[in-house]
Design a protein around this ligand. Structure first.
Ligand code: NAP
Length: 514
């Protein structure tokens, strides 16, 4: 563990220290927090659905009660504009309320009942009932790029609390003040709703050993993470090396390939280019769904698209990046791309005054050169993107086949394009978690059907999503009860169906009693 006992947040725009300090968690503190969460689990998992839902709603209300002070501190720590943070606060509250409604309704537990057939020949069939139950204390790593919606009370926390798991957040060192304010709001909700102490805790620290200690603690039963490939992979390895390995749901980013098909380029090239510039530069490109790689096919129609993209990027302002380290990593990525043979700097945006200003930059290369340089497929977190020019349909299809796992893929095409390139739609579901047709990948709707995930290396758990109500499934496991007396069964599985939930009874969905 670090021998520094405190640390300060840094003003993202100026690199000056902000009001603090914050305490680096000690080993003893981490141990005590995990033990309290473990004790809370036995009580919290039994809290009834309406009370749990009210608790999630209360957290949302308490976040709003923090008022502008929360947005102002968050703006200083992250450089994100107040208007964006206002939207993000709304999304954070919306996520909590969506999970509250899921819990209140109750059918998410996937109750299945196979009733007994005692006189079945040659062997009788037992009564078997199935449902999902919470895993136990979950550690959530707050993300630097969503200081509200994917941090202290963000999507991972909301889904784990909804599942019935106590949560320990390892706050991101870039926004400890924001994390602390939101954690205080959650503590208030815990008091108001009478939830057990240890249902939620925040751990702060600016050293890697804090996260490592948490993941290795035997009381922790699952991990949620959004951040770098290196960070997610390290936590995944710690978790797998434990005497009792645990699941790590790490969302580690992607380049979100875009395929712009020939007829769409011809008919709507300028429109697509303008939207693309907006998507690349949105939030200074600091979204995991930022379009970092686009494939086009050589043709005379490309010029209109190129000219418009060049113009829009050249007019795009630099923005303050989230942390000095993220700015350094961005600049290093730009240098790396520039050093690759036959990569042209296609367009550069405006410079900014802040030491952490990230200037938009687009590069262009041929498919032959792209195929020879793996570095060009790697994410450079920030407002940067690579255009790849292919010679034929076949090269586009081959490029899709060679993709590794990503969060999203996007296809722009007319009806004729989509028919002509329909092979793409066989390939892309194997490569990504979400496929967008004639839209942009930035902007992830929080809803029941959303998938924000994908095959490795975009995540360590391709069977899951970290956005939307499906995210609750990460923090539960199935249990079945065989030949249980009705009185011993959980309410979700009792004959009388006291919760009025939808259940699969002998193969038919019903919300009635048996
Ligand atoms: P990060 O370096 O992966 O850190 C995220 C969190 O994980 C932090 O709390 C960090 O602790 C912890 N962590 C990282 N490596 C660890 C290790 N080996 N052991 C224990 N804990 C570890 O991400 P970041 O700070 O947000 O940004 C760095 C880079 O990540 C960016 O430049 C970008 O490339 C990428 N990123 C991607 C996404 C995305 O959406 N995919 C989002 C944000 C960032 P410390 O704070 O102590 O380091």
């Amino acid at each position: 563990m670090s021998n520094q006992s405190t640390f300060y947040a840094i003003n993202a725009a100026t690199n000056e220290e902000l009001e603090g300090p914050f305490e680096n968690a000690t080993l003893e503190h981490i141990d005590s927090v995990v033990n309290t969460a473990t004790a809370a689990f036995d009580i919290y998992k039994k809290v009834d659905n309406n009370k749990k839902a009210a608790f999630l709603d209360q957290i949302a209300d308490e976040i709003l009660n923090l008022g502008d002070a929360l947005l102002e501190r968050c703006h200083l720590e992250t450089g994100l504009p107040i208007a964006r943070l206002q939207g993000e606060r709304g999304r954070t509250m919306g996520q909590l309320k969506l999970f509250a409604s899921l819990v209140r309704e109750g059918s998410w537990v996937d109750a299945r009942i196979d009733t007994a057939i005692p006189d079945r020949a040659p062997l009788p069939k037992a009564d078997i009932r199935h449902m999902l139950i919470p895993l136990g204390p979950v550690v959530v790593f707050g993300a630097s790029n969503f200081p509200l919606a994917f941090s202290t009370a963000g999507g991972d926390t909301a889904s784990a609390l909804a599942a019935g798991c106590p949560v320990i957040v390892k706050g991101h060192k870039a926004h400890p003040g924001t994390s602390k304010m939101v954690a205080d709001a959650i503590s208030k909700a815990i008091d108001i709703c009478g939830m057990p102490k240890g249902t939620f805790s925040l751990i702060l620290g600016n050293t890697r050993s804090v996260g490592e200690t948490l993941v290795k603690h035997p009381g922790v039963k699952a991990v949620g993470f959004t951040g770098s490939y290196g960070g997610g992979k390290a936590l995944f390895e710690y978790a797998n090396a434990r005497p009792e390995p645990i699941p790590v749901f790490a969302e580690m980013g992607s380049t979100n390939p875009v395929f712009i098909l020939p007829e769409a380029l011809k008919e709507k090239g300028e429109e697509i280019a303008a939207g693309m510039a907006g998507s690349i530069t949105l939030g200074v490109g600091q979204f995991c769904t930022n379009p970092g790689l686009s494939f086009v096919q050589k043709s005379d129609d490309l010029n209109k698209f190129y000219n418009q993209l060049k113009l829009k990027i050249s007019e795009s302002p630099a923005g303050v990046m989230l942390t000095p380290d993220i700015k350094k990593a961005y600049d290093k990525g730009i240098e790396r791309t520039l050093s690759i043979k036959n990569v042209e700097e296609f367009s550069v945006g405006l410079n900014g005054d802040s030491p952490n200003a990230g200037t938009p930059r687009i590069f262009k290369t041929s498919i032959e050169d792209f195929n020879q340089n793996e570095d060009l497929s790697e994410e450079n977190f920030g407002p940067s993107s690579v255009l790849v020019e292919a010679n034929s349909k076949n090269e586009i299809i081959e490029a899709a086949k060679n993709l590794c796992g990503h969060l999203t893929a996007t296809v722009f095409g007319t009806a004729k394009d989509l028919e002509e390139y329909k092979e793409l739609f066989d390939i892309l579901p194997k490569k990504v978690g979400r496929i967008i047709v004639n839209g942009y990948p930035t902007g992830v709707e929080v809803c029941h059907s959303m998938v924000h995930g994908g095959p490795y290396p975009s995540t360590t758990a391709p069977q899951s999503t970290s956005v939307g109500t499906g995210a609750i499934k990460r923090f539960v496991r199935p249990v079945c009860f065989q030949s249980y007396p009705n009185s011993l069964l959980p309410d979700e599985l009792k004959n009388e169906n006291p919760l009025n939930i939808w259940r699969l009874v002998d193969g038919d969905f019903k919300n009635s009693k048996i």
